[in-house]
Ligand binder design. Structure first.
Ligand code: 1BN
Ligand code: ZN
Length: 323
């Protein structure tokens, strides 16, 4: 009898789920996740490593970047980006995270495009996430060159997948982090108020609409973090306290030489978050001479650079007293 009523309940729940299917799956309602996603991830054996940042593997991150690059050019709405998305989802879920796609349609200068952000959270806890760590995973569309975006789109995404694995070694910390893979960072024609930053603008808009922006204390954006001669050029619109912490963290880890200030502000995915009152810093190497060229390929990158950014970010996270 008990078995029958449970089955009936399951059928009702499944039916309700099917009837309430929306094109725009809400990433804000954990109850919208399928039941398999609600199972808490297995606890890692033993306590979290005391020096968690040392667990970040540049080699593993680089291997993810290679996988992404092997999918070829990955502009928004393309089949290659769909394959990259599946790779990201499988990898991050494999590390014990729940991943919710946030799908939406926006107008672009080339017509309407379906974009999909990926939002990853760890565990099942009621304690809200406090910090966003993000990357964009699309690559810029070009008609005349083969642009695979090893650095621009690939490097930060591969590193974010590796970050998911490392954070899972410290579930208490992981539960306080929201990982976001933005679609549509790149402008379809030219960066401006109506072109580019599609994914981060939509994500920030939903955060504001649901007042979830208030639960986040800050954000870190990674973009173009893989060049062999790494020089992270913090935009001048960086939140000053966060910039100070990044420089101090880099100093403690002996990699201060890889960090400096850019000559001005930057229009990137951190801007919509800052405009939504979530102080967000953009860790970007904008000295990359192959930016938006066919030569943005894997041979220009090094695992060591990915490790430097991964370690500094984790080191700073671990030192945030409110996390
Ligand atoms: C970063 C990587 N961006 C695009 N691909 C943002 C950007 C756009 C930075 C224009 C500077 C100028
Ligand atoms: Zn770009």
């Amino acid at each position: 009898m008990m078995k029958v009523s449970r089955l009936a309940l399951l059928a009702v729940l499944l039916l309700a789920g099917a009837c309430s299917h929306k094109r725009e799956q809400s990433a804000d309602a954990p109850e919208a996740m399928p039941p398999s996603e609600l199972a808490p991830p297995p606890e890692p054996p033993g306590p979290p490593p005391a020096e968690l940042w040392k667990e970040f593997s540049g080699r593993r991150a680089f291997a993810h970047v290679k996988k992404l690059v092997d999918f070829g050019p990955r502009p928004s709405g393309s089949e290659a980006l769909e394959r990259a998305r599946k790779y990201i989802v499988d990898s991050v879920r494999g590390a014990g995270w729940q991943v919710v796609p946030q799908e939406f349609i926006d107008r672009t200068p080339r017509g309407p495009v379906t974009f999909v952000n990926l939002i990853a959270r760890y565990g099942n806890s009621d304690s809200p996430q406090r910090i966003i760590i993000a990357s964009h995973y699309d690559t810029k569309i070009f008609d005349t060159i083969k642009f695979v975006g090893a650095d621009d789109g690939g490097s930060s995404t591969g590193a974010l997948i590796e970050l998911a694995r490392v954070l899972a070694l410290d579930p208490g910390l992981a539960r306080r982090v929201e990982l976001v893979f933005f679609d549509g960072e790149e402008a379809v024609v030219q960066f401006g108020p109506g072109d580019g930053l599609y994914g981060s603008r939509y994500y920030a808009h939903v955060l504001r609409e649901t007042a979830r922006n208030r639960q986040f204390k800050c954000g870190v954006l990674w973009d173009m973090i893989g060049p062999s001669d790494l020089n992270i050029t913090l935009p001048t619109d960086s939140p000053p306290e966060m910039a100070r912490d990044i420089f101090a963290g880099a100093d403690s880890l002996g990699v201060r030489k890889n960090f400096s200030y850019f000559r001005g502000p930057m229009l990137d995915d951190h801007v919509p978050l800052n405009e939504s009152h979530i102080p967000t810093i953009d860790l970007i190497d904008f000295d990359f001479v192959y930016w938006h060229t066919a030569d943005d390929t894997l041979d220009k990158l090094s695992p060591e650079s990915l490790r430097v950014v991964g370690e500094v970010t984790l080191y700073c996270l671990r030192r945030m007293p409110w996390l």
